[in-house]
Design a binder for this molecule. Structure first.
Ligand code: ZN
Length: 231
């Protein structure tokens, strides 16, 4: 559903925009774009699921109604942490601000904190916070991010989903060359622990044509729906 609201997700139309796919068509019919709304509302591939779902909620799925169906509220905080050139004080200020923002949120909601943390979390599992798909060696900023996650019950979702090592980096430094590899994983999607199983995939898309030295990190989220009471 978050994909329906934001248009983000592993759908052909979206991947085509980033030139990660050759065309935006749905496999159900050439010329019909596989958008989020197509999949949710029209695509015959999901006719059975749609029928069952409509029966279970007692209403027809319509674009205008989608937001009414969300059972959990989702808060998304987009961040940009100071770079490694910034002072530690600036970095602390960033985490203080983030902490203030989190304090005002209902912990029963889905909370996503995502963006450029300018921190290397590194390889190797750390409790349930860092999964097996970190990259490189953790630096000081990575330690700080880890500490923040520990204090606030957040997990670093993109380190939990298997991807080949060559796809784990999210940023390529201007200093990167064939001789010197400077490709780091510094962008993350954090989610509050109680909702970690809502994420069905988190992937990096290297080579996306988005005019950035970062790669998009795309998460798919499954949300519960509520029953609409007939009026
Ligand atoms: Zn289709």
């Amino acid at each position: 559903m978050i994909q329906a609201m934001t248009g983000h997700g592993g759908f052909s139309e979206y991947l085509y925009r980033f030139r990660c796919k050759e065309n935006p068509s749905c496999v159900c019919e050439s010329g019909v774009e596989e958008t989020v709304l197509h999949v949710l509302l029209d695509c015959p591939r999901f006719g059975k699921q749609r029928y069952d779902f409509e029966k279970s909620i007692g209403a027809r799925l319509e674009e205008e109604k989608l937001y009414l169906l969300l059972d959990s509220k989702i808060t998304l905080i987009q961040v940009y942490a100071p770079t490694t050139d910034a002072t530690d004080e600036d970095n602390e200020l960033f985490y203080e601000q983030l902490e203030t923002a989190l304090k005002h949120l209902n912990p029963h909601n889905i909370i996503l904190v995502q963006g450029d943390f300018n921190a290397k979390i590194g390889e190797g599992k750390v409790s349930d916070i860092v999964g097996s798909f970190g990259l490189g060696k953790r630096n000081d900023r990575g330690d700080r991010l880890l500490q923040f996650c520990e204090e606030h019950g957040l997990i670093i979702s993109n380190t939990h989903f298997k991807q080949p090592p060559r796809r784990l980096y999210t940023w390529k430094s201007p200093l990167h060359s064939l001789k010197k590899i400077v490709r780091n994983q510094i962008d993350y999607i954090l989610i509050n622990r109680r909702y970690r199983n809502s994420l069905t995939s988190v992937k990096t898309y290297p080579g996306a044509d988005i005019g950035s030295d970062h790669n998009p990190v795309v998460a798919s989220l499954r949300c519960n729906m509520k029953i609409l009471k007939p009026k």
